[in-house]
Write a protein that binds this ligand. Structure first.
Ligand code: ST9
Ligand code: ZN
Ligand code: ZN
Length: 336
């Protein structure tokens, strides 16, 4: 198999370098994908096998939906929102971006939800996500959207990381998470935490409390897991491809309402990349944003505090500089 060894501005066919057709075959013939490091895409077959099995189980799991008891429907919805919040309010808005502070009980609650979501430990998720923001849509971005919709969605979990990702990641300061005992406990015992919160408890609870057969309860956990994975991945794929860019038209991320609905308020991605410190990830309050409702409810009972928000003046000034004022008006009409 020919070695792809392209340099940033070196597209010559040369000994040791790929020919143009090799590059096309690899789909890696673009400087935005290659970067300065020599890079060959290396498929991780065990991950492909794992995801094929997982998706087959989830598709089979869908056949159980018509026979679910009403209690199980509620349980499915609650575990979707709970594990989703472990990602949105937890890994994303709290731990990755420090958009607010949380007391111990709330951090514990979010860490349990996060373990149920099964998207790597909070520590790894945050390290990758901070790298995503720092190097957005360049070779250093773990899910670089320049490599296509599928790569941004889930392909990045099926291949070895680009060396630039690892290099960029090393420059990220993670001391805040290293000083959070809940985060480090989950990181050290990640697999048992995931299995317990993601599968064992969600299989046992419906069985013990309302007599749902164990098989049905298990398949519901699989369906919920795969659905939440795809809803999360849509933020990296759809919300980097389709939608308006009112706040900064020079970047890839977009405002995508469908993604906001599925991903609990995380589809306002043009806003989020422009104002990553904002706890609401949008300027529209509770609209299409269940996670903001949760954070504000937690603030009302004193569990969340020091919520950070971009002021309307800051947003307006930024729109005037890098955005499209007409689009914010259009978006406001769509939302209201
Ligand atoms: C999953 C994560 O699904 C999804 C994240 C999505 C993020 C979305 C963000 C959008 C905004 C929020 C929206 C929320 C919406 C929620 C909606 C809810 C309803 N920095 O990784 P390795 C170093 S996971 C620094 O193995 P390979 C490091 O030393 C799904 N260093 O690289 C590391 O060693 P260690 C389930 C870094 O070998 C070493 O390199 N999980 C960084 O290339 C090796 O790292 C899976 O399927 C960095 N950023 O393998 C697992 N990165 O870690 C999938 C690496 O020991 N992952 N280093 O410190 C894997 O199998 C592998 O990571 C791989 C790459 C094959 C993908
Ligand atoms: Zn973010
Ligand atoms: Zn993004």
């Amino acid at each position: 198999k020919p070695v792809v060894n392209l340099q940033h501005d070196d597209f010559e066919s040369d000994s040791g370098h790929a020919t143009e057709s090799d590059e096309e075959k690899n789909g890696l013939n673009d400087a935005k994908i290659q970067g300065k490091e020599p890079y060959t895409r290396q498929i991780v077959w065990p991950n492909i096998g794992k995801f094929i099995i997982l998706h087959s189980l989830a598709l089979y799991g869908l056949t159980f939906l018509p026979s679910l008891t009403w209690q199980s429907w509620i349980f499915l919805l609650v575990t979707y929102q709970f594990s989703g919040a472990g990602i949105t309010a937890g890994a994303h808005r709290l731990w990755s971006h420090k958009t607010y502070k949380a007391k111990y009980p709330l951090r514990l609650f979010l860490a349990v939800g996060n373990s149920m979501a099964g998207e790597n430990s909070i520590y790894i998720w945050t390290r990758d996500h901070r790298t995503h923001h720092k190097c957005s849509e360049t070779v250093g971005d773990p899910h670089n959207a320049n490599r296509g919709f599928f790569f941004a969605h889930m392909g990045w979990l099926l291949v070895r990381k680009h060396p630039e990702v690892i290099r960029a990641g090393k420059t990220i300061n993670m001391t805040d998470l290293e000083n959070d005992p809940i985060v480090m406990l989950q990181h050290r015992h990640y697999i048992p935490c995931f299995l317990m919160c993601g599968f064992i408890l969600p299989t046992l609870i419906p069985h013990l409390f309302w007599g749902e057969p164990l098989t049905t309860a298990y398949f519901m956990a699989v369906v919920r897991y795969v659905a939440v994975l795809h809803f999360t991945w849509l933020v990296n794929s759809a919300a980097h491809f389709y939608g308006m860019k009112p706040y900064d038209h020079t970047i890839g991320p977009t405002e995508n309402m469908a993604v906001s609905v599925l991903a609990m308020g995380e589809g306002f991605h043009n806003y989020h990349h422009t104002f990553p410190y904002d706890y609401s990830t949008s300027e529209w309050g509770f609209s299409f944003n269940v996670t903001t409702v949760l954070i504000e409810a937690m603030a009302a009972i004193g569990q969340a505090y020091d919520l950070r928000k971009a002021s309307p003046e800051t947003v307006k000034a930024r729109v005037a500089r890098t955005g499209v004022p007409e689009l914010t008006k259009e978006l406001a009409m769509e939302i209201k």
